[in-house]
Ligand binder design. Structure first.
Ligand code: AMP
Length: 399
């Protein structure tokens, strides 16, 4: 059987895909289809060798976007026909309380994912469109859903429960689900490998710092807390999302600013975080603004680091000490400044970063703490596509 998996991550107007060779753990090709449904859409396709192929054409819907992607794969010598791929793995954001392991997609499963759209109105409907299109175009292949919430399914009740009326919470599925689980699980597994220690003996904090950002506390391979909650809005300061705020602010905006629910949703999801504080959500740009003396950018950065340190501190206590703190995703993997500031002055807790290691441009998973530090600090590139591909293979093998 082929061990290639096509991984699809479908957003509301975009599609990311990657053809993964699970045996070698490498991406054979990948691409991004953007501006689906707009006047002109963009496609960028990359294969291992050769220049990226770029296209600008109208892309009517997700099915048309996928057809273009499949075309590019065929054109660059990667067939999807017959048995050339073992499965299609789909990233699905919300699995609710129902889905907590990779799941073979059937019509019944689709109905359930659709039902969960109430909990993730920005994400699950977009995931569903991608899955439906892909099932239509590749009916001969098993399709597997891998859920962003799954790794956090077993959170202890004390970490998963909001202190609101329990009847209301039960009726409306209000609890903490957590997101970015595929990344937190993958990265915490990699940490054990890099350190050469068993996963089930490590207490870890994983900091996934990308445009979306989340922290997790992982004890002996299982997540015991995470910063995102019922939705991916809670927790750390993000590119455009506010993270933790006083819920009273929402009532205040409703009453005093006469904003409706959609306007508040837009404000907190798209016009907050770094962007809300200084006008830009790209971390590189925020750093450039700080260097040119922009005080709003400096404050945005300070709020970002303050929140991060607050979570690190909380998780050190929850875990009862920590063996490894790991940075991953766009900011975590690429910003030595954030890493240094997030962990500054914690030598008395056994945390000390080696400056040269921190500043190294290496793309490899690596330790950046000083040799005799009690707590290992690492940078580990995340690879959600590989994790989804592996999970898909395991799912069809078990079926
Ligand atoms: P992700 O969501 O994981 O793709 O991460 C996106 C974020 O990573 C954006 O805020 C980028 O500005 C940030 N990023 C990417 N490269 C760098 C870099 N070299 N230094 C700092 N931030 C970066």
């Amino acid at each position: 059987m082929s061990d290639r998996v096509l991984v699809i991550n479908s957003g509301s107007s975009s599609l990311k895909y990657q053809l993964v060779d699970v045996d070698s753990g490498t991406a054979l090709a990948s691409g991004l289809v953007e501006r689906i449904g707009e006047e002109t859409g963009d496609v960028v396709h990359r294969s291992v060798d050769g220049e990226p192929i770029k296209l600008q054409v109208k892309i009517a819907d997700h099915a048309a976007g996928l057809r273009l992607a499949f075309d590019m794969l065929e054109r660059t010598g990667m067939s999807l026909s017959g048995s050339s791929i073992a499965a299609v793995g789909h990233r699905v954001v919300h699995g609710g309380e129902v889905f907590y392991r990779p799941t073979l997609i059937t019509d019944e499963v689709m109905k359930e994912i659709d039902r969960l759209s109430a909990l993730a109105p920005l994400h699950n409907p977009a995931n569903i469109i991608g899955i439906e299109s892909a099932r239509e175009l590749l009916p001969q292949v098993p399709h597997v859903a891998v859920f962003d919430t799954a790794f956090f399914h077993g959170l202890p009740d004390a970490a998963a429960t909001y202190a609101i009326d329990s009847e209301v919470a039960r009726e409306h599925g209000i609890r903490r689900y957590g997101f970015h689980g595929t990344s937190h699980e993958y990265v915490s597994g990699q940490v054990a490998q890099v350190l050469g220690r068993p996963l089930d003996q490590l207490k870890q904090i994983v900091l996934h710092l990308g445009n979306g950002a989340s922290a997790s506390a992982v004890r002996y391979g299982r997540a015991i807390d995470t910063s995102m909650g019922m939705t991916p809005l809670e927790g750390l300061v993000m590119g455009t999302r506010c993270g933790d705020i006083d819920p009273g602010i929402i009532m205040h905006l409703r009453r005093s600013a006469d904003m409706d629910v959609d306007q508040i949703d837009q404000l907190l999801n798209r016009r907050s975080g770094l962007k809300g504080l200084c006008g830009d959500n790209d971390f590189r740009e925020v750093r450039r603004m700080i260097e040119s003396g922009d005080s709003a950018a400096q404050l945005a950065y300070d709020v970002y680091v303050h929140r991060l340190r607050r979570y690190i501190g909380a998780y050190m206590i929850e875990l009862g000490g920590v063996d490894a703190i790991t940075f991953t995703a766009g900011v975590g993997e690429n910003s030595p400044t954030v890493r240094a500031d997030a962990l500054a002055g914690l030598e008395s807790f056994g945390i000390a970063i080696d400056q040269d290691r921190n500043n190294s441009q290496s793309r490899a998973a690596r330790v950046i703490s000083i040799d005799d530090a009690r707590v290992k600090v690492l940078v580990v590139p995340t690879n959600e596509e590989l994790a989804i591909a592996r999970a898909s293979i395991a799912c069809i093998a078990a079926d």
